[in-house]
Design a protein around this ligand. Sequence first.
Ligand code: JD8
Length: 306
Amino acid sequence: MRVDIISIFPEYFAPLDVSLMGKARERGILDIRLHQLRDWTRDVHKTVDDTPYGGGPGMVMKPEIWGEAIDSVVAQGQRDQQAHQGHQAHQGGVEGGMPAVLPRMIVPTPSGRPFTQEVALEYAKEPWLLFAPARYEGIDSRVMAEYGSRLRVDEVSIGDYVLAGGEAAVLVIVEAVGRLLPGVLGNACSVADDSFAPGAMANLLEGPVYTKPPVWRGHEVPEILLSGHHGKIARWRRDEALRRTLEKRPELAARLDAGSLDALDRRVLEEFEGRSSRGSSGGASSDLSGGASSDSFRAGPEDVAN
Ligand code: JD8
């Protein structure tokens, strides 16, 4: 996957040199290119912003600079493709390259559609992503209109809180998408187990995890985990994941597909219901008529420290 990022703070993306994303780049699975937006300014002050029409606080990013930058980065990406295909064609002795692919343009903004695991899975299928993280009050809206007619443009938000700019959101999205690419996660771990692949644990939060020593500062590891009884351990983990989801994310629990719950699951829900009605914790109701949605999010067993 090719990823182009245009920003006035390209140094913000140094974290993409390390850990999982760093290895994915070394292995050629991810091809990340950083671009300094100011390289497309023409004035001595390298100005990228101006006052908002209609007044109001802050500054808005100028459309011309973004237009020049996006046109240039897309053209360069297409030339690289042609060169790559030409090289492949030459090796394979076949004529006529494939039609030039255009990138999917992603603009982080607090007013964007929620970025979820389902969206991450969607982006992971793309050959080329172009990120336009902004600063100030954002980018002149005509830029998204201009490219919305030529590219697929997504305005996305990573959460209901306000950041100072889009760079942090791009880091989040690149990591969430990058770890889904074939060959990035070690073979021990597969995203099929984790990221919402429809399955028994979809829509459930992670349960608690433990490692050696069996006793630490007087705190013991739950006995069941030392039993070696895989069936009972799996059951215990599911119960813990259900309880944690009911307690911390009742709206997710409400989206659990009733059909995917077995009698033991329902026992956990009724037990929680009982506890919550006794304690009026206002937790999730066990009426699971909501039906499952695929955009759940469960972390996967990364085999490297992040
Ligand atoms: C892009 C500029 C700052 C936002 C005035 C504060 C995403 N989940 C998210 N929260 N915030 C952002 C985000 C914030 C951004 C930009 C994304 C570009 N800002 C602006 C409008 C109010 N300042 C985000 N994804």
